[in-house]
Design a protein around this ligand. Structure first.
Ligand SMILES: *Cc1c(COP(=O)(O)O)cnc(C)c1O
Length: 473
């Protein structure tokens, strides 16, 4: 028996009726269940209130400048998305029009990425770039195996490898662990804040399934030089008879560069770029989670990765790893494409970039920081303390300080090889207006002023262990 008689008596004692005010009810007065289901039901409106209230404690998404993920959509987009939550994206027979919207999105994105007219691109929506990268990586692994067999390579002599810069996003580490691939990291350094073209080919051998170029390195926002990479890879392939492909992880840049850097060649215009992924929920301007992966031609997607599903009625192919999920994000993506059009995306992204530039200039004017990225590539700004800044506080302290005004602006170390450099980063999204950006800069300056005038309290060895000191007034 779950409830003792005594408890049941107590439950009966206070009887809420329909006129009882929300905060007069017994349920509003109790701690919510955490470990097992409550015995009795709760009025749905009340459940709404108490859950909503509990979430009040979290930061404001709009002030979270740490994430690339969208925190604003037009009210009409929210309306259509909430009205289509029940649609299952995988159920292509029940929802043929939804499937058609997905296909239209794939067509439009393939066009943005300059898919060649004489090839037949193929693609799918995913939950996000992580799933999309997994598929891109798998296709390369399967294709490599076929190539290796015809080339007479002993595929069991060595683990296949994937080459990527050390500024990779964690999904690539997952891919390599899940599928038993050797991840070969090309280190970033002060002179090479994106994939190092001087050394890249040193990492490549017959067991290389592909090279991943990143359009918008998570840490710094820089683009890898994909055009240069393509030229290097082409020369290498010509020389060796190898067919090393390039997959571009354009999680953040894939829906940004086509509008802002249309002349930059990083996409299917390049011969060896065979597949690209992006996150619809980053600069595709949709709430999480939706992602996309497209292969330039069907031949780059091995047939083993295309599955036919008949048990939902009809017999339609599926590529995605995940099965059921709501189609509302796909519909949201189509809504944005329809409603913004090319010009709309361009205007939004241009304005976002201006805000990034404004923030970069203001930060530079403060005189304490070296700017690593001023929003020239994707609109993120990151900076470190100047070597001669001569301050007793660190960027971690500044992050804490602006948090008091609700801003989430993390400080973190750069990846392997550069971990002694601490940077701070803001990701500018469409909903950070110039007005909000000015407010942020004012709060940041105020934070610096307070830290400059604070008295340092040292608990233990502050120099050796940066985590053990604090500030007071
Ligand atoms: C965000 C990001 C990912 C992961 O994308 P999700 O859509 O969050 O799964 C992968 N690669 C890069 C470069 C990213 O910026």
């Amino acid at each position: 028996m779950l409830f003792s008689r005594q408890e049941e008596e107590k439950e009966k004692k206070i009887k809420d009726i329909h006129t009882t005010k929300v905060f007069g009810t017994e349920d509003s007065d109790s701690i919510l269940p955490k470990y097992k289901l409550k015995k009795k039901s709760m009025d749905p409106d009340l459940a709404y209130r108490v859950i909503k209230d509990e979430l009040l404690d979290e930061g404001s998404a709009r002030l979270n400048l740490a994430t690339f993920c969208q925190t604003y959509m037009e009210p009409a987009a929210v309306k259509i998305m909430s009205e289509t939550l029940e649609k299952n994206a995988i159920d292509k027979s029940e929802y043929p029009q939804t499937t058609d919207l997905e296909n239209r999105c794939v067509n439009m994105i393939a066009d943005l990425w300059n898919a060649p007219k004489d090839m037949e691109f193929i693609g799918t929506s995913t939950v996000g770039s992580s799933e999309a990268c997994m598929l891109g990586g798998l296709a390369m692994k399967f294709s490599w195996r076929e190539w290796a067999k015809t080339f007479g390579l002993n595929i069991n002599a060595q683990r296949p490898n994937l080459v990527i810069s050390s500024g990779f996003q964690v999904c690539w580490e997952k891919f390599c662990v899940y599928w038993d691939i050797d991840m070969r990291l090309v280190p970033l350094d002060e002179e090479h804040m994106s994939l190092n073209m001087d050394t890249i080919l040193d990492y490549v051998d017959d067991y290389t399934i592909g090279i991943v170029a990143i359009m918008g390195i998570t840490y710094t926002g820089k683009y890898d030089d994909v055009e240069k990479l393509d030229a290097l890879v082409e020369a290498h392939n010509q020389k060796t008879g190898h067919q090393i492909p390039i997959h571009v992880d354009a999680a953040s840049g894939g829906m940004f560069a086509p509008f802002i850097h249309p002349d930059l060649k990083w996409d299917f215009r390049l011969k060896n770029v065979i597949s690209i992924n992006t996150s619809g929920h980053k600069y595709g301007l949709v709430y999480p989670g939706v992602g996309w992966v497209i292969w330039k031609d069907k031949k780059y997607l091995p047939a083993e990765l295309i599955f036919s599903v008949s048990y939902l009625g009809g017999d339609l192919p599926t590529i995605a790893i995940n099965f059921s999920r709501s189609a509302s994000q796909i519909i949201g993506q189509y809504f944005n494409f329809l409603s913004y059009g090319f010009d709309g995306y361009q205007e939004i992204h241009q304005r976002t970039r201006e805000v990034a530039r404004y923030i970069a200039n203001e930060l530079m004017a403060i005189g304490l920081f070296d700017i690593y990225n001023n929003g020239d590539n994707i609109p993120i700004v990151c900076w470190k303390m100047k070597a001669d800044a001569n301050r007793e506080w660190s960027l971690y302290d500044l992050a804490d300080r602006v948090r008091m005004n609700g801003w989430q602006v993390p400080a973190y170390p750069l990846p392997a090889n550069m971990t002694d450099i601490i940077i701070q980063r803001v990701v500018i999204r469409q909903d950070l207006s110039m007005q909000l950006a000015e407010l942020f800069i004012n709060d940041l300056k105020e934070g610096i002023h307070e830290l400059d005038n604070a008295r340092v309290i040292v608990y233990g060895n502050a120099i050796k262990d940066k985590g053990t000191y604090g500030f007071t007034h």
